[in-house]
Design a protein around this ligand. Structure first.
Ligand SMILES: Cc1ncc(COP(=O)(O)O)c(C=O)c1O
Length: 449
């Protein structure tokens, strides 16, 4: 793979940005090596500055459910740009996206657009605290909810990738006085949750969870656990917040809440609803949302909130997802099933002579490689159950796949995203690249370092 131009750009980037990047995991620190500079993308493929083509499962960390540069989304965004990129007033475009979302997700009463998932969660917490008059929140170990102070406690995503240890997964600069109001509990553990509610009940404003935790691997939760915490939080008069920044509009149009017919008090969205442009949203029952300013006292604002370009890209994306009774989701389901079948038939048998193996964990169009000791496959539901050797094996796999034309997230803890433009031949290409990769790797865990 040619890398001359990417290397030159990377040298310049390090002079310009801290660590060469504007978001930490992009720096390849946990897998080693230097990042490629992506120049363009179409459908499932990207092209980098040196002209290398990659099958892209990073998918910009989730927004690109329709692949890169979908024609209708590009056209709608171009039109919005020609009409003027921002006005600082409410526009028909943001109304159109808001109405579209509320009409398709009837369990939501009102929505407010912000500029990122981080902002959405930050606002949801402020709203929960403002409404309940309580200070503490409960979050779960390994769940990532953006980089606002209160949530940088035993968090997943880049924090976990860089520290490699959930216990250190926080950040200097976050005052103790702030995180002491964040109770971090293990996933899949109703008893510990119960104890926390008993001990701190009347000071807990909200319980926030990624219902499909996808920032510390893919830690699929039992429905019974989700039901338990929802019911216990409700009984305690704490608000329930589902962070669906990843799962929203990805599992189904209605995300996890819609699919499981659950009704959290607030849901945060991001990624897909901006069609690849910066966006986030908080939504919930109208009377609760009306506590936000200017209707209510809980302050929240944003110069570029509801930005016309992001609204146009988001609406064009969601219209495609909703068209023909959600045919896009059927396509995603089929391609996910094909990946599962191909992996089982062609990759799983390669592990017979090894002391390690990969479990392919999937939830609709999300997938993750869970590394396990051979013959000991377990369902990993909490971050502490992830094997410590995963990062070393993943780093090798990541680079071998990259050389063979497959772009995965540069972290053992991040998931892969499928998109609607993938065809069986793309999955076949992936599976063959994976087979060659695995055959090239040591058979013993201790040989990875
Ligand atoms: C579940 C979840 N919540 C919140 C965020 C923060 O979103 P953003 O990066 O847009 O601020 C992320 C980002 O990956 C996320 O996965």
């Amino acid at each position: 793979m040619k890398q001359k131009i990417s290397q030159q750009l990377w040298r310049r980037a390090q002079e310009t940005f801290p660590g060469g990047v504007n978001s930490p995991v992009r720096a390849f620190r946990s897998v080693g090596g230097n990042p490629l500079f992506i120049a363009s993308g179409k459908g499932s493929y990207t092209k980098d500055a040196d002209g290398n083509r990659h099958l892209d499962f990073l998918s910009s960390w989730g927004p690109l459910i329709l692949g890169h540069a979908p024609t209708k989304v590009v056209k709608a965004t171009e039109k919005a740009l020609r009409d003027g990129s921002t006005f600082g007033t409410t526009t028909e475009r943001e109304l159109a996206l808001g109405e579209f979302i509320l009409s398709h997700l009837p369990f939501l009463g009102k929505i407010r657009f912000v500029n990122s998932g981080t902002e959405a969660v930050m606002t949801a917490l402020r709203l929960a605290r403002g409404v309940t008059g309580r200070e503490k929140i409960i979050k779960f170990e390994g769940c990532y909810h953006g980089h606002s102070d209160a949530l940088l406690a035993r968090a997943g995503s880049g924090l976990l990738t860089l520290s490699g240890n959930i216990a250190d997964s926080s950040s200097p600069g976050v005052p103790e006085s702030i995180v002491q109001n964040t109770l971090v509990l293990p996933l899949d553990d109703a008893a510990t949750f119960d104890e926390a509610i008993k001990k701190y009940g009347d000071s807990i404003a909200a319980v926030i969870i990624e219902p499909v935790p996808a920032n510390a691997g893919l830690l699929l939760q039992r429905r019974a656990f989700i039901d338990y915490i929802v019911a216990a939080a409700r009984a305690n008069k704490s608000l329930v917040i589902f962070d669906e920044v990843i799962s929203g509009f990805r599992l189904t149009l209605g995300g996890y809440a819609g699919r499981e017919n659950l009704n959290p008090d607030l849901i945060t969205y991001g990624k897909i609803i901006g069609g690849g442009l910066p966006v986030g949203a908080i939504a919930g029952e109208a009377s609760l949302m009306n506590r936000l300013s200017p209707e209510g006292p809980v302050y929240q604002a944003g110069t570029l909130s509801g930005n016309p370009l992001a609204m146009a890209a988001g609406l064009a994306t969601l219209k495609i997802l909703a068209a023909r009774k959600g045919e896009a989701y059927v396509r995603l389901k089929n391609i996910a099933a094909y990946l599962k079948k191909s992996f089982a038939a062609e990759v799983a048998p390669l592990f017979t002579a090894r002391d390690w193996q990969i479990e392919l964990v999937q939830e609709e169009s999300l997938f993750w490689f869970s590394f396990q000791k051979s013959g000991e496959p377990t369902v990993v539901r909490s971050v502490t159950a992830i094997e410590a050797f995963s990062a070393a094996i993943y780093a090798r796999i990541f680079h071998e796949l990259l050389e063979r034309g497959v772009y995965m997230a540069p972290s053992a803890y991040e998931v892969g995203f499928l998109n609607t433009t993938l065809r069986r031949r793309d999955i076949d290409f992936f599976i063959q690249a994976l087979r060659k990769t695995i055959k090239n790797l040591p058979t013993r865990i201790r040989e990875f370092s």
